[in-house]
Design a protein around this ligand. Structure first.
Ligand SMILES: Cc1cc2nc3c(=O)[nH]c(=O)nc-3n(C[C@H](O)[C@H](O)[C@H](O)COP(=O)(O)O)c2cc1C
Length: 180
């Protein structure tokens, strides 16, 4: 799939078939996501794939701040990917001080790029995904083990698509772009 086609045809998918994602396919997606750029190539993003139906259901029911749409999406997904970030590297100097006035916010920036790269790579494999931002990270950390020194950045519900939604309207280029 061409890059531009991939970018433009990826949609947030919230309904999935029952088909599981083979581990070899998941590994290909993650190995592509590894090529996302990151602060000084720190590569802080990690992917915890929750396939266990009971665990996934627990996350769906208890960890999305009561936002039922996300509960339904996660329940119906083949897997829930918990994207985590290794803390205190991206945006930091070697002595532990912040490099810029954005302080540690480069961590979320890196995780965001990695998450989108993951979703685009999944799309090339015919796999649908949706990034979920409405979740309670403390409850997630109580439900599954997040490795020491890492923090949850985002969730991705993933599976083979059972819908093909239209693209939500995009802003015109002239609104987005300016020159000086
Ligand atoms: C940071 C972020 C958080 C999001 N959180 C949610 C969410 O909690 N639930 C949901 O259904 N979609 C969520 N979305 C998906 C957006 O609603 C979706 O990307 C947007 O409507 C554009 O649609 P498209 O992805 O099909 O182009 C999120 C997307 C991003 C980037």
């Amino acid at each position: 799939m061409e890059a531009l086609e991939c970018i433009k045809t990826r949609r947030s998918i919230r309904q999935f078939t029952d088909e599981k994602i083979p581990h070899a396919v998941m590994e290909e997606i993650v190995s592509a996501a590894a090529y996302a750029p990151s602060w000084k190539n720190t590569q802080i993003s990690r992917y915890i794939v929750v396939e266990d139906v009971d665990k996934k259901s627990e996350l769906a029911r208890n960890c999305v701040m009561g936002f039922e749409k996300n509960t339904e999406t996660i329940e119906g997904a083949a897997a829930l990917v918990v994207v985590t970030m290794v803390k205190n590297r991206s945006g930091f100097e070697r002595d532990g001080s912040y490099s810029t006035s954005k302080e540690d916010r480069w961590e979320m920036f890196d995780a965001g790029i990695a998450t989108q790269t993951f979703c685009l790579a999944a799309h090339t494999q015919g796999i649908g995904s949706v990034i979920l931002g409405i979740f309670d990270e403390k409850k997630i950390a109580e439900t599954i083990e997040i490795p020491e020194g890492q923090q949850v950045a985002a969730l991705i519900a993933i599976g083979y698509p059972a819908q093909s939604p239209e693209a939500p309207k995009r802003k015109e280029t002239e609104v987005l772009l300016s020159y000086i």
